[in-house]
Design a protein around this ligand. Structure first.
Ligand SMILES: [Zn+2]
Length: 317
């Protein structure tokens, strides 16, 4: 029996899988304060209300094991809110994982490749224009005869160079290719990917492109993520690292302007048949695993956890 958690009032003790709530909400406090200090009260006010009170449904099984499931909460949906960014990425990952069996059934012999397309670092004030160029370049690339993917999902990540404050935008892209692509005449080597990307970007330098073939799923039940699982998580993670969000007030403010209403995730080709793009209508709450059994009202209790800003933990109300 877990000795330390029995009488704890804290969410992270009562439900260890919900530990990330504390750290994301703590960073949200920092982002909120940066927006406040920059007089962007509109964002600060919204983040201030985000996930402050969480209602969990609690269920115990015959063995007395208790499981927590988020029942309701309010989310602010600010683009760079650490809580919302985390929820959004979990939602996309869950969507992709649940679409995988259908995709595999429709394309049983196809394989995945995981490609990262980069450009040179740019000044943050140019980020919007650079991302726009990258999107146009990706469109050109996808229209080339040599483009091997029949479907793809791509996300934009922006990192911050700690020395120069410059931005490093790049795409993570998971692509579905015919198995004949490997070892066939149309196979594209890393160097060729780079020159194709250079051509589509219309730049005078050779940009870095990383390509990884994703190993087919093993027939083994294990808790560890397989290759495709890792690629899904990597593709559909945050778009800006939390440490980069809070490194510098001016950087956060300019980033917010530059990325305002830009697209973080895009789906193309046949994957459109399996994944709906509902980025304008984010339902951040209902992303957890499906109900496994019908609800038994007698066993159900809802409890509330409130955010305690001073100690940076969620505590039972
Ligand atoms: Zn939020």
């Amino acid at each position: 029996m877990p000795a330390s958690t029995g009488d704890s009032e804290y969410l992270s003790d009562l439900s260890p899988k919900d530990k990330p709530w504390d750290s994301h909400r703590a960073i949200a406090d920092t982002v909120q304060n940066l927006y406040r200090s920059a007089r962007l009260d509109k964002y600060a006010d919204r983040i201030q209300t985000c996930g402050k009170l969480l209602e969990f449904a609690l269920r115990s099984d015959d063995q007395g094991d208790v499981s927590f499931k988020l029942h309701s909460a309010h989310f602010c949906r600010v683009r760079h809110c650490p809580v919302c960014q985390w929820r959004r990425s979990m939602k996309w990952q869950a969507k992709m994982f649940s679409a995988m069996p259908e995709i595999t059934q429709a394309y049983p012999t196809h394989r995945w490749i995981f490609v990262t397309f980069t450009v040179r670092n740019c000044d943050l004030v140019d980020l919007r224009a650079v991302v726009d160029d990258m999107n146009k370049a990706f469109k050109r690339l996808s229209q080339l005869k040599a483009f091997p993917a029949i479907g793809w999902i791509k996300s934009l990540e922006v990192t911050r160079n700690a020395d120069t404050g410059q931005a490093h935008p790049h795409f993570h892209c998971l692509m579905l290719v015919d198995s004949k692509y490997f070892g066939g005449r149309n196979y594209i080597k890393q160097e060729e990917w780079r020159s194709l990307w250079q051509r589509c970007l219309r730049v005078d330098y050779l940009p870095v492109v990383n390509v990884k073939a994703v190993k087919p799923k093993k027939n083994k039940i294990t808790d560890e993520l397989d290759d495709i699982g890792q690629a899904i998580v990597e593709t559909l993670k945050y778009s800006v690292k939390e440490e980069d969000l809070v490194a510098d007030e001016d950087w956060l403010v300019e980033l917010t302007t530059q990325l305002h209403k830009t697209r973080a995730i895009a789906i193309g080709g046949v994957l459109k048949n399996f994944l709906k793009d509902e980025s304008d209508n984010d339902d951040l709450i209902h992303i957890e695993e499906k109900e496994e059994e019908p609800e038994i009202e007698e066993n159900k209790i809802n409890i509330f956890f409130g955010w305690r800003e001073v100690i940076k933990r969620y505590r039972k109300q």
